[in-house]
Write a protein that binds this ligand. Structure first.
Ligand code: G4P
Length: 548
């Protein structure tokens, strides 16, 4: 196969959903179709880790949840599919968001009885910002669901996303009898599969077929006819270009646990989603180069190899204390043992220990193409967002930080291990496990940590203890909202900066700065933040740091 063919057949995506919508079940079914059943077992095993003897990260075992994201690769219908796993627990972390910077499409799984839920909304927002194409699967159609038209309305009203159903349900709950493919007009009749273990037998026919007519009661038959007419007349016509720009979502209905509608979804998704997209290289100075790089799009078929690190995972195997850098290949061909430049340091590194991995299964990767994800073991200098390349003119943009929602002070209660504590905390902050800020009036010796989910703090404490032998203590803070402050130059006094006492603020509001000395405001809640905006209109509040 030529490099161009290898690239064209790659599909790299993640499933985004609220916990319990059916992401694990759907992943398993995909693997079933991709003949990667051995991996399907591991998906469930991971979800039930409490009960399984695996030497997956100890903290994950204790919690029985997944706090790391890995990649599953399987072949289906000629495509090489890379499914990047995102943690689904409510304690999800910044890692979840970062994974979404490495995908070319997202599959949004919604529990059709519940509609769009909070976590889906947050993850959707990250995809939307990047203009990633989003495909929607309305799951659990074997049970009573919300009205299918209302679910479409909700995509528009809550997410602001235009929808175009490709697959439409016939009936609801007890009257659910199957789905119709609006493109081919074929009806697929629903059969419950015991345990959903097998690829469901599919009975394909049309809405006019007497066998279908017999299955549907008069009410359902007429309702479906009417809904289809409404969709044809007043719905958004399917617009592939809008789908690929992330402006319209194709909607599929089905039941993951019953293996119903999965093949339709997989086929439609692979057909309409995009192969790896080119990434933008930015203009920056790099060590060892006289001139800054020039901003440009790096074509995926550029013969030079380039990749970026989107996730670092430490200690997947406590016996070996490994550190794995997950990289997304963006251009060229990866070959094991190749020598690349680590752009941030300007150093040459040989990539010899490259893996494809899932849980404890590791397979050495000899070759990878744009769209693929490889895990590189043992490169302690690699950090999140770093570029690895054989072309020194390529540097990918830093991975954005995401607004923190939880805060804590961390300190070291045991002066005996202060040195280890400081070294450990510094390393973890450098890895991007959590963010840190300096806060005015912070207790002596305490550092303010900020994260997307509280699990990130547990990871910090656990790693400080297990890797650095340092004790740590968390002290709660009263804040739930952090904003960067954009202060007009006219309000700054030369040499002294800004006088915060001039501001009118509600009780509990505090200030501080990030590691680049950008001022921040810390608010107990949204209300105190709004009050601040009203009383200090000259100061702009930003969700993300000013340089992004
Ligand atoms: P998640 O990864 O998004 O958190 O969801 P997961 O797949 O674990 O599914 C959550 C629950 O929803 C599971 O039930 C699963 O069996 C069920 N489920 C998934 N798809 C469907 C579907 O199409 N129809 C129905 N009725 N249920 C579905 P559970 O009771 O939590 O676990 P289990 O004991 O069934 O494994």
């Amino acid at each position: 196969m030529s490099p161009a063919q290898e690239i064209a057949r790659r599909r790299t995506f993640a499933i985004i959903s609220h916990p319990d919508a059916g992401k694990t079940t759907l992943t398993e079914k995909f693997l079933l179709y991709g003949n990667a059943l051995h991996l399907a077992g591991s998906v469930t095993a991971r979800k039930n880790q409490r009960a399984t003897a695996s030497d997956w990260m100890e903290l994950e075992k204790q919690r029985g949840i997944s706090i790391s994201s890995t990649v599953l690769q399987f072949d289906f219908a000629g495509c090489a599919v890379n499914l990047l796993d995102t943690p689904g627990h409510k304690d999800f972390s910044e890692d979840t968001y970062r994974v979404l910077t490495a995908v070319d499409a997202a599959l949004m799984v919604i529990d059709a009885a519940k509609g769009v839920e909070t976590q889906t909304r947050k993850l959707f927002e990250v995809c939307r910002r990047r203009g990633v194409p989003i495909f929607t699967f309305m799951n659990k159609c074997d049970r009573p669901t919300r009205n299918a038209l209302d679910l479409l309305d909700e995509l528009e009203s809550v997410l602001g996303l235009q929808s175009s159903p490709v697959i439409w349900p016939l009936g609801n709950g007890p009257t659910f009898k199957g789905v119709i493919d609006r493109r081919t007009k074929e009806v697929h009749l629903f059969e419950r599969v015991p345990g959903g273990k097998f690829q469901a037998p599919v009975n394909v026919t049309s809405l006019e077929d007497p066998a279908v007519r017999d299955k549907l009661d008069d009410y359902t038959y007429n309702e479906v006819k009417e809904q289809l007419e409404m969709l044809d007349g007043a719905g958004h016509p399917f617009d592939l270009d809008a789908v690929r720009r992330g402006k319209q979502t194709p909607v599929y209905f089905g039941s993951a646990v019953n293996n119903f509608g999965i093949e339709l979804l997989l086929n439609g998704f692979l057909q309409d989603s995009v192969p790896p997209a080119p990434r933008t290289s930015v203009s920056v100075s790099v060590p060892g180069m006289a001139q800054p790089t020039t901003a440009r799009e790096v074509p995926v078929d550029d013969p030079k190899f380039s990749a970026f690190v989107f996730k670092i995972q430490a200690n997947m195997d406590p016996k070996h204390r490994d550190r794995i850098a997950f990289c997304r290949v963006c251009s060229g061909k990866f070959e094991r043992d190749m020598v690349v430049t680590h752009q941030r340091t300007g150093k040459s590194v040989r990539l010899s220990s490259s893996h494809k991995l899932f849980g404890q299964e590791r397979e050495t990767v000899d070759v990878a193409w744009p769209g693929d994800v490889i895990g590189l073991v043992g490169h302690d200098a690699f950090g999140i967002g770093d570029t690895l390349t054989t072309d020194r003119s390529i540097v990918y943009d830093a991975i954005p930080r995401f607004p923190s929602e939880v805060f804590t002070y961390i300190s070291n209660p045991n002066t005996g291990d202060a040195k280890k504590y400081r070294a450990g905390l510094e390393q973890l902050l450098q890895e991007g496990v959590v963010q840190s800020f300096s806060a005015k009036n912070a207790p002596a010796g305490a550092t303010l940590l900020a994260a997307v989910g509280p699990l990130q703090f547990e990871v910090v404490q656990w790693r400080l203890q297990s890797e650095y032998g340092a004790e740590s203590r968390l002290t709660p803070t009263p804040w739930t909202v952090l904003r960067w402050l954009q202060i007009p130059d006219s309000m700054q006094t030369p040499n002294k900066g800004f006088d915060f006492t001039r501001l009118i603020v509600a009780t509990g509001v505090s200030f501080g700065s990030d590691k680049f000395d950008h001022p921040i405001g810390l608010f107990p809640n949204e209300w105190t933040m709004r009050y601040f905006t009203e009383k200090n209109p000259e100061i702009k509040l930003l969700e993300l740091p000013p340089e992004q």
